[in-house]
Design a protein around this ligand. Structure first.
Ligand SMILES: Cc1ncc(C[n+]2csc(CCOP(=O)(O)OP(=O)(O)O)c2C)c(N)n1
Ligand SMILES: [Mg+2]
Length: 893
C-alpha cells in the first residue's frame, strides 16, 4: 500500500468528502429532495448490510429547520411591528421596576418576556385568533406564566387595561384594581383563560384541550374549525414530568390543531438548563421520536449568508458542537471573544467572517429574536397536517436588558434596573422618554391615532379581537329535571348496593336524558371495570377519533369494548394527570367553547388530590365545573389494597381548595341530592365551583331518604335517625360519614339495647362545608360587634341535642377536629390516621379503631368521663367486644 503522510491523508479525506457532496448536489439538482432521501436510505441499508454500525439519532443538524430559500416574506410592516414590540418591552419592564420601587420585594419578571417578546408579538400581529373572528372559534393560548408582564403591557397599549392596573401589578387588592402576578382566571376572569405558572401544567392541559376540541367536533357539539391550541413554555419547564409526559398522545391522535412554542433561552432560574449539553437537540429528539413535526428556529437572518457559504458544512458542524453553557457565555461576551473562541478554532471559519466587525459579530441575532424566522415557523405550523408541531426557538434570556442582566445566571430574578441601565434600555429601543424622566420609568402609550396604535387595533380586529380574553360563551341550563333523581330517594328495599354502583346507575340515567345526556362527559383512567362502568362502553361508546379499526376480542359479548368516533367516554388510560386535564378542558368549555359539557371524572381516590393536587388547584383557578368522583375511597373500606391505595386523607386536602365542594356521602339519596344540586349550582346558577364526591365499594342496603333532610345533606350534616328512646337516662349524639355510617348505626342499636344509651345518629356528608360555614359566621361576628351574632349551622343542629358527642369516619381525625369549636361539648373523634394495610374490611376497621365496637366504647368512655357512668362498665364493654387496650396506635405504626 502506498504510504500517505498524515497531512496528505487529511487532504485526501477532504477531497473525498467533497466528491461525495458534489455527487449529492448533482442528484439534488437533477432529481430533487425526494430522490436524495431515497438514495440516502438505500445507502444506509447498504452500509448496515456490510457491517457498518450507524449510531441512532433522532436529530437534525443544529440549524434552522426551514432553510432561508424557503422562507416567505413577512406581510405587514416590520418597522411598525418593531416599534410596537419595543413599546411593549418598555412598559413590561417599567411595570416590574415600578412595582418593586413602590413595594420592596413585590417581585415580577423581566427576563422571560424580554427573551420571548418576538415569539409573542409575531403571534399577536399575525396568528393568534380571537373569538370574534370568522366564526371558527378562537385559538386557545397557554401563555408562559412568567411572561405575564409582556402580555399586560400589550393589553395596556391596546387600551384594554389602564395605567392604574399596570401601576398595581402584583398588588391587585389596591383601589382601582390591579393585575395578578401570573395568569389566573380566578383573579382576572375576563382576561386570563388558563393558569400556567405552575410549570408543566400548561403543556399537558394544552394537549388535552386540543384533543377535547376534536372530541367536541366529532360528537357534533362544536363546529369543525381551524382554531389552534398554542402552548408557550420555557425550556427549563420541560424538565417537569407533566410537560413531556403526555407528548405521545397528540401525535397518536394526529392533533394538528396543537402547537407548542418552547422558548429555548438555554437558561432556567439558577443557571443553564443543560450547561454540558444541548436542550434544543434533546427536545428535538424527544418530540421527533414521539411523532411531532419539529421546527427549529435557531439562527437569525444574519447567519443566512454565512450558512450559504458553508459548502463543506464546517459552520454547521461548529454550531452543533458547542454546549449550551458555552453558548450562554458567547451571549454575554464581546464580538472579539466570539471571533476568537467560536470562529477561531479553524482558519476557514475565521475567513468566513473576516468581512464582519466585532460589533457586527456581536449583533448577529438568534432565530427566536428574528420576526421573519418566527413568522415562517408559525406559518408552517398552522398549515401543517397530520401531527402536532413544536417550535424550538432559540433566544437570549433577558434580551435587550444589556448590563442589567442579559444572559446572566442571575437574570431570571432580575426586577430592578438602575438609572444607567434604564437609559440604555430606553435608547436601545428608542422609547420617547426624556433623560430627565427615565429614572421614573413612566409608562408610555402613544396617542390613539398614532401609526402603532392603529396598526395594533387593525391587526387584532382582522384576527378576531383581543387575546387573551375570557368570556362565558354558553347560555345557562334552564333547569335540571327533578324526576331523574327520584328513584334514588326511595332506597333499595333491603337490596345491597355500593355508593359506586349508585353513582354509575345515576350516570347512566343522566347519559340517557334527552336534555342533559349529550353534555355529560365521563372520564376514566383505566378503571371503568373497577367501578362497574363497563355497561357504559356499549351504551355510549369510548371516544376514539379513528373509530374502531379492529375487531374487539369481546365483540360477541354484550358489554364489549366499543370504541367509536362519536363515543362519549374519555377512557384516558393510566394517567390521572391526563384525565384531570381532560376534566379541565370539559369543565371550562362553557367559557372557552360555549358548550355546557358536564364532566364526571371517576378514579381511584388515592390518586387524585394526593397525586395531581396541583392540576386540581389549576382546575379551581380555571373556574372548572364538574364532578370528581374519588372511587374505592375510605382507608378501611377499600380492603386488601394496602398502604398505597387506601385513602383516608383526600377530604382533608379537598378542604383547602376554596371552590371545591366536597362530600363523603353514605347513601344513594345523598348522592342524588348532591349531584342534582351540583348541576343546578354550576350549570343553571353558573357558580364557579366544582365537586369532589367520594364513593365506596362496600355494599349495604340503601335506606329511604328521611323527610326534610335535603338541606342538611347539602350543608353537610343532618339527623339521620333519632333514638327510639329519647328519655333514656344516658344520651349520645353519634356522627358518621361515608361507609362508616352503617357502623355507627349498628353501634346506635347496641348502645340502646345493651347499654341503655339513647343515641341519635347524624350523617355528616361534608366536614369541609361545615367548617367553611362555621368560619364564615365567626368572621362576620368578629367584624360586627354589637349585632346579633350569627350561629354556625352545626351549632344550631346540636343546640338541643343531649348527651356525649362521638364521631367516626374513614378519614383522618383532623377532619372532625376542624368543626369541634362549634359543638356544644367536647367530641370524641374516631378516624383513620396512619398508613393502610392489606387486610379485610373488618380487620382494617378493628386496626384503625373505627368499627361499631369502637363507637360503642368511645360513647361509654365519654359518658364515664362526664361522670354519668361507672368506668367499670367501659372496661366490661372493652372485654365484651374483644378490644385490646394495649394494641399499637395505628396512627404511628
Ligand atoms: C412547578 C414549578 N416549580 C418551580 C417554579 C419556580 N420557577 C419559576 S420560573 C423558573 C425557571 C423557569 O425557567 P424556564 O422554564 O426555562 O423559563 P424562562 O424564564 O427561562 O423562559 C422556576 C424554577 C414554578 N413556577 N413552578
Ligand atoms: Mg429558559
Amino acid at each position: 500500500m502506498r504510504h500517505i503522510a498524515p497531512k496528505d491523508a487529511a487532504e485526501a479525506d477532504a477531497v473525498e468528502t467533497r466528491e461525495w457532496l458534489d455527487s449529492l448536489d448533482y442528484v439534488l439538482q437533477s432529481g430533487g429532495p425526494a430522490k436524495v432521501a431515497r438514495l440516502l436510505r438505500d445507502l444506509t441499508i447498504h452500509a448496515r448490510q456490510n457491517g457498518v454500525k450507524l449510531p441512532f439519532t433522532a436529530n437534525t443538524p443544529y440549524i434552522n429547520t426551514i432553510p432561508a430559500e424557503e422562507q416567505a416574506l413577512m406581510p405587514g410592516s416590520p418597522d411598525i411591528e418593531r416599534r410596537i414590540k419595543s413599546l411593549v418591552r418598555w412598559n413590561a419592564a417599567a411595570m416590574v421596576v415600578r412595582a418593586n420601587k413602590a413595594e420592596e420585594g413585590i417581585g415580577g419578571h423581566i427576563s422571560t418576556y424580554a427573551s420571548a417578546a418576538t415569539l409573542y408579538e409575531v403571534g399577536f400581529n399575525h396568528f393568534f385568533r380571537g373569538h370574534g373572528g370568522n366564526g371558527d372559534g378562537g385559538d386557545v393560548i397557554f401563555f408562559q406564566g412568567h411572561a405575564a408582564p409582556g402580555i399586560y403591557a400589550r393589553a395596556y397599549l391596546e387600551g384594554r387595561i389602564d395605567e392604574t392596573h399596570l401601576e398595581n401589578f402584583r398588588r391587585e387588592t389596591k383601589p382601582g384594581g390591579g393585575l395578578s402576578s401570573y395568569p389566573h382566571p380566578w383573579l382576572m376572569p375576563e382576561f386570563w383563560e388558563y393558569p400556567t405558572v405552575s410549570m408543566g401544567l400548561g403543556p399537558i392541559m394544552a394537549i388535552y384541550q386540543a384533543r377535547f376540541i376534536r372530541y367536541l367536533e366529532d360528537r357534533g357539539l362544536k363546529r369543525q374549525s381551524n382554531a389552534k391550541v398554542w402552548a408557550f413554555l420555557g425550556d427549563g419547564e420541560t424538565d417537569e414530568p407533566e410537560a413531556l409526559g403526555a407528548i405521545t398522545l397528540p401525535a397518536r391522535e394526529k392533533l394538528d390543531n396543537l402547537i407548542f412554542v418552547i422558548n429555548c433561552n438555554l437558561q432556567r432560574l439558577d443557571g443553564p438548563v443543560r450547561g454540558n449539553g444541548q436542550i434544543i437537540q434533546e427536545l428535538e429528539a424527544a418530540f421527533r421520536g414521539a411523532g411531532w413535526n419539529v421546527i427549529k428556529v435557531l439562527w437569525g437572518r444574519e447567519w443566512d449568508p454565512l450558512l450559504a457559504k458553508d459548502r463543506d458544512g464546517l459552520l454547521v458542524k461548529r454550531m452543533g458542537e458547542i454546549v449550551d453553557g458555552q453558548y450562554q457565555k458567547y451571549a454575554v461576551e464581546s464580538g472579539a471573544y466570539v471571533r476568537e473562541h467560536f470562529w477561531g478554532v479553524d482558519p476557514r471559519l475565521l475567513d468566513m467572517v473576516k468581512h464582519l466587525s466585532d460589533d457586527q459579530l456581536k449583533k448577529m441575532t438568534l432565530g427566536g429574536h428574528d420576526p421573519v424566522k418566527v413568522y415562517n415557523a408559525y406559518k408552517e405550523a398552522v398549515v401543517h397536517k397530520g401531527s402536532p408541531t413544536v417550535i424550538l426557538a432559540r433566544t437570549i434570556k433577558g434580551y435587550g436588558l444589556g448590563e442589567a442582566g442579559e444572559g446572566k445566571n442571575i437574570t431570571h430574578q432580575q426586577k430592578k434596573m438602575n438609572e444607567d441601565e434604564l437609559r440604555a434600555f430606553r435608547t436601545r429601543f428608542n422609547i420617547p422618554v426624556s433623560d430627565a424622566d427615565v429614572a421614573e420609568t413612566p409608562f408610555y402609550r402613544p396617542p390613539d391615532e398614532s401609526m402603532e396604535m392603529r396598526y395594533m387595533r387593525e391587526r387584532r380586529k382582522a384576527l378576531g379581537g383581543f387575546v387573551p380574553t375570557r368570556k362565558v360563551r354558553s347560555e345557562p341550563l334552564k333547569t335540571v329535571q327533578h324526576e331523574l333523581f327520584d328513584e334514588f330517594y326511595k332506597g333499595t328495599e333491603g337490596r345491597k348496593a355500593s355508593t359506586t354502583m349508585v353513582f354509575v346507575r345515576l350516570l347512566s340515567k343522566l347519559l340517557r336524558d334527552k336534555d342533559l345526556g349529550r353534555l355529560i362527559v365521563p372520564i376514566v383512567p383505566d378503571e371503568a371495570r373497577t367501578f362497574g362502568m363497563e355497561a357504559l362502553f356499549r351504551q355510549v361508546g369510548i371516544y376514539s377519533h379513528a373509530g374502531q379499526v379492529y375487531e374487539p376480542v369481546d365483540m360477541d359479548t354484550l358489554l364489549y369494548y366499543k370504541e367509536a368516533s362519536d363515543g362519549q367516554i374519555l377512557e384516558e388510560g393510566i394517567t390521572e394527570a391526563g384525565s384531570m386535564s381532560s376534566f379541565i378542558a370539559a369543565g371550562t368549555a362553557y367559557a372557552t367553547h360555549g358548550v355546557n359539557t358536564i364532566p364526571f371524572f371517576i378514579y381511584y381516590s388515592m390518586f387524585g388530590f394526593q397525586r395531581i393536587g396541583d392540576l386540581i388547584w389549576a382546575a379551581g383557578d380555571s373556574r372548572t365545573r364538574g364532578f370528581m368522583l374519588g372511587g374505592t375511597s375510605g382507608r378501611t373500606t377499600l380492603a386488601g389494597e394496602g398502604l398505597q391505595h387506601q385513602d383516608g386523607q383526600t377530604h382533608l386536602f379537598a378542604m383547602a381548595y376554596p371552590n371545591c365542594v366536597a362530600y363523603d356521602p353514605a347513601f344513594a339519596y345523598e348522592i342524588a341530592v348532591i349531584i342534582e344540586d351540583g348541576i343546578r349550582r354550576m350549570y343553571v346558577d353558573q357558580e364557579s365551583i366544582f365537586y369532589y364526591l367520594t364513593v365506596m365499594n362496600e355494599q349495604y342496603a340503601m335506606p329511604v331518604m328521611p323527610d326534610g333532610s335535603r338541606e342538611g345533606i347539602l350543608k353537610g350534616l343532618y339527623r339521620f335517625r333519632a333514638t327510639a328512646n329519647p328519655n333514656a337516662p344516658l344520651r349520645a349524639q353519634l356522627f358518621g360519614s361515608g361507609a362508616i355510617l352503617p357502623e355507627v348505626i349498628r353501634a346506635q342499636e347496641i348502645l340502646e339495647s345493651r347499654y341503655n344509651v339513647g343515641a341519635d345518629v347524624w350523617s355528616v356528608t361534608s366536614y369541609s362545608e361545615l367548617y367553611r360555614e362555621g368560619h364564615a359566621c365567626e368572621r362576620w361576628n368578629m367584624l360586627h360587634p354589637g349585632e346579633a351574632p350569627q350561629v354556625p349551622y352545626v351549632t344550631k343542629c346540636l343546640k338541643d341535642a343531649p348527651g356525649v358527642l362521638v364521631a367516626a369516619s374513614d378519614y383522618v381525625k383532623a377532619l372532625t377536629d376542624s368543626i369541634d369549636r362549634w359543638l356544644p361539648r367536647k367530641i370524641t373523634v374516631l378516624g383513620t390516621d396512619g398508613y393502610g394495610r392489606s387486610e379485610s374490611r373488618a380487620c382494617l376497621r378493628e386496626f384503625f379503631e373505627v368499627d361499631y365496637r369502637y363507637v360503642i366504647v368511645a360513647t361509654l368512655a365519654a359518658l364515664a368521663r362526664d361522670g354519668k357512668l361507672d368506668p367499670a362498665i367501659v372496661q366490661q364493654a372493652i372485654k365484651a367486644h374483644n378490644l385490646n387496650p394495649e394494641k399499637v396506635n395505628p396512627a404511628i405504626s
